[in-house]
Design a protein around this ligand. Structure first.
Ligand SMILES: Nc1nc2c(ncn2[C@@H]2O[C@H](COP(=O)(O)OP(=O)(O)OP(=O)(O)O)[C@@H](O)[C@H]2O)c(=O)[nH]1
Ligand SMILES: [Mg+2]
Length: 465
């Protein structure tokens, strides 16, 4: 093999998380993972490519099915240690068309073609001697090998496993593909770099690129959030209304369209952020797919993401909103402004120029014999915070999610409470920019950049890099 990058074949017993490990380490959500043993039936290489450069390649392979029979065959003739890899090649050659050993051939081939061995076990299941044939075969390949202990269930037999694995493998590490974050991944790569001297430099190089890539994804997400905010806050919806003034029905219709537009802007931004983190599968297909039914304009979203009363006063977001919502505040409900503002919008109760408190609503002068009803830009000062906090939450979840984890992103109170709070100065600076985004004038690039820079600082605190 004269390729500069390292190759690793992930092997082991069926259903131990081999494919999960490949998925996480290759940032690839297309790797088939399932609770059914025997899901992977063919070897397949998953390269990690960044900017067109292949950093390393991982082979997903089927699990061992007949390790004892293979070992028996290998041992059938006396073989000196230096001839053992050759004996494994003979085995492959002799059984290439033998369906009984289809899985073994698939998993041994990449190893004999020069891939390092990553042997995966489940540390939540007790160690048993039935694994010894597998480990022995891997020793026969003569390739550099390491073992990963994955903890699939709750029980912990890691110590027993370490004792056994240590006798067969140069390196033994615990690695959980469902929970691994950036730090665990780089630590594992550091270990993998030690497996073979020729791989040390390429894998270390890969780690460097990996770290820069992480930073760039954070930068890109910050810019995407800034664009989401400017787009949503400045959004204007228009509707022709004939020659008269706007009717209640027309106001209701535009209010609905306005809210739908904001939801769409949010959804599209999430799709871009998900893509930035190679999580295309998490792109929201429908609104409910993102936050499991927690709509942007729901009270639940407001109480989870909106500013508390104290914060609203601190950031000045209350000014201008108190008028119509004094009662809500007085009652101390968490519904705060949004509920009443939306009530005004959906009920179409706002005066022609008032549009409740959510967004500006006005009838523009006659063009071509028709008046135009215009909704937007946003007026409510809490909605931007709700939008922003939802976006930060979504970004952090996507960024910290290993690719083996295929669950949808859920809102969990527990996770939310761990969110980093935005400090008061930043909040104030963001508020100021929110006003510029919602001014009705085109947004200057420098304001977008300022906003993105604030977001970048927040993300840097919340996403390991
Ligand atoms: N909770 C938890 N589940 C895991 C973990 N790793 C794997 N799983 C689950 O275990 C099952 C098997 O995972 P796979 O990655 O498909 O295992 P495999 O070794 O590739 O399986 P085969 O291809 O069938 O040999 C899947 O349902 C995974 O979601 C883990 O670290 N934690
Ligand atoms: Mg598999």
């Amino acid at each position: 093999m004269n390729t500069a990058y390292a190759k690793f074949a992930v092997v082991g017993h069926p259903n131990k998380g081999k494919s999960s490990i490949v998925s996480t380490l290759a940032f690839d959500e297309s790797v088939a993972i399932s609770p059914v043993p025997g899901t992977t039936t063919r070897q397949r290489a998953y390269p990690l490519r960044i900017d067109g450069e292949t950093l390393y390649e991982l082979y997903d392979t089927p699990g061992f099915q007949r390790a004892r029979a293979v070992l028996e065959w290998l041992r059938r003739e006396p073989v000196s240690a230096d001839k053992k890899p050759e004996r494994v090649r003979q085995f492959i050659h002799a059984h290439r068309r033998d369906p009984r050993f289809a899985d073994e051939i698939e998993l041994l081939e990449p190893v004999m073609n020069g891939a390092g061995v990553v042997y995966v076990v489940d540390g939540s299941k007790p160690y048993g001697s039935e694994y010894e044939a597998e480990m022995e075969i891997l020793r026969w390949t003569g390739q550099p090998t390491m073992a990963l202990i994955n903890l699939i269930g709750d029980e912990d037999y890691v110590e027993n496993w370490e004792r056994a694995l240590g006798q067969y493998f140069r390196m033994v590490r615990v690695f959980n593909p469902m929970k691994a974050g950036f730090a665990q991944m780089t630590a594992l790569l550091e270990s993998m770099a030690q497996l073979k001297e020729a791989w040390t430099a390429p894998v270390k190089h890969a780690i460097g690129i990996f770290e820069r890539y992480q930073r760039r994804k954070i930068d890109d997400s910050a810019a995407q959030i800034a664009e989401l905010m400017a787009g949503a806050l400045g959004h204007i919806e228009t509707m022709g209304i004939g020659t008269g003034s706007a009717t209640k029905t027309q106001k209701e219709r535009i209010a609905k369209r306005y809210r739908e537009a904001l939801r769409r802007i949010e959804k599209e931004a999430y799709a871009r952020i998900a893509q930035t983190w190679n999580h295309r599968r998490l792109e929201p297909q429908e609104q409910s797919a993102v936050f499991e039914g927690i709509d942007l304009f729901s009270k639940q979203s407001e109480s989870l993401f909106g500013l508390g009363k104290k914060e609203l006063i601190l950031t000045g977001a209350l000014s201008g909103a108190l008028g119509g919502s004094g009662i809500d505040l007085a009652l101390g409900g968490s519904s705060l402004m949004l509920g009443s503002a939306l009530g005004a919008v959906t009920g179409g109760a706002g005066a022609a120029l008032g549009f409740g408190k959510l967004a500006r609503l006005q009838v523009l002068g006659r063009t071509l014999g028709s008046n135009t009803l215009q909704a937007g830009p946003l007026q409510d000062r809490n909605v931007p915070h709700i939008l922003l906090r939802r976006a930060l939450y979504f970004t952090r979840e996507v960024a910290n999610r290993p690719h083996a984890d295929r669950r949808r992103i859920r809102l969990e109170h527990e996770l939310l409470s761990r969110r980093g709070e935005i400090d008061a100065d930043t909040k104030k600076a963001l508020e100021k920019l929110h006003r510029k985004f919602a001014s009705g004038h085109p947004v200057k690039k420098e304001f977008l950049q300022q906003y993105a820079e604030h977001i970048r600082q927040i993300l840097l605190e919340q996403i390991p890099h």
